[in-house]
Design a protein around this ligand. Structure first.
Ligand SMILES: [Zn+2]
Length: 229
């Protein structure tokens, strides 16, 4: 079986990483895509109970909407960064700050009901790098703030990073100011630098297709040139 399984839920992609003991899942999708999620699991012949951990990249409803349902069905532990914990236990959105026109349009077109989700009490709250070796995989969680202050990413031993909305995988020319929403844009760029420093080769965003780390290197270099000139 593949080491990385992508469940394409339409708006959001959810990832499953194969471990020695089952699977680690990254994010949970919108509340109303839970049926599709369970259908895709079944099609892949994956037992819900084999999902041992769900890493929440950040507390926005398109990443945690179906979390309660999935956690209940699988009995998986939930891991989140302490800075997004509060939003998760209250079932509210972590702060959403649009920084581009696309982001503003996007924020305004999201229907109210899509902001809602059932609160979840996490099992593991981190404030720093966190090894996933105890879950049977050579991977770790790193803090990549910017989109929200508690955004985290998972880096595996093969140069893959699962980054939530720290960057997106839509054609870059659509939104050259990528990412479209961030509480701290400079922090986003610092997080990109961290991913590069960690030797990441391929980025797997929750929105859009995976892409090479070279894409963010080019954006960062362009930014540096603009700053100098
Ligand atoms: Zn988000």
């Amino acid at each position: 079986m593949d080491e990385i399984i992508t469940l394409n839920l339409g708006f959001t992609r959810v990832f499953l990483l194969k471990t020695d003991f089952g699977f680690i899942q990254i994010d949970a999708g919108l509340k109303y895509t839970s049926r599709r999620y369970f259908r895709l699991l079944k099609r892949r012949r994956i037992n819900q109970e084999d999902i041992k951990l769900i890493v929440v990249t950040h507390a926005h409803s398109d990443h945690v909407g179906a979390l309660k349902k999935i956690k209940t069905a699988s009995n998986a532990k939930v891991l989140i960064h302490e800075k997004d914990r509060d939003a998760l236990v209250r079932g509210i959105q972590a702060e959403i700050v649009p920084i581009t026109l696309v982001g503003k349009c996007f924020k305004n077109i999201i229907p109210k009901r899509m902001h809602l989700y059932d609160p979840v009490e996490p099992d593991i709250v981190i404030n720093n790098e966190y090894s996933l070796l105890e879950f049977g995989i050579n991977a770790k969680v790193v803090h990549t703030p910017g989109h929200t202050s508690g955004t985290i990413s998972v880096i595996d031993g093969n140069g893959n990073a699962f980054i939530g909305f720290t960057a997106h995988g839509y054609p870059q020319k659509l939104t050259p100011e990528s990412p479209a929403m961030a509480v701290d844009l400079d922090a986003v760029f610092s997080s990109w630098e961290l991913l590069i420093k960690e030797g990441v080769k391929k980025l797997h965003p929750a929105h859009g297709k995976p892409f090479s780390v070279e894409v963010i290197k080019i954006i960062l270099e362009k930014k540096d040139r603009e700053r100098i000139s």
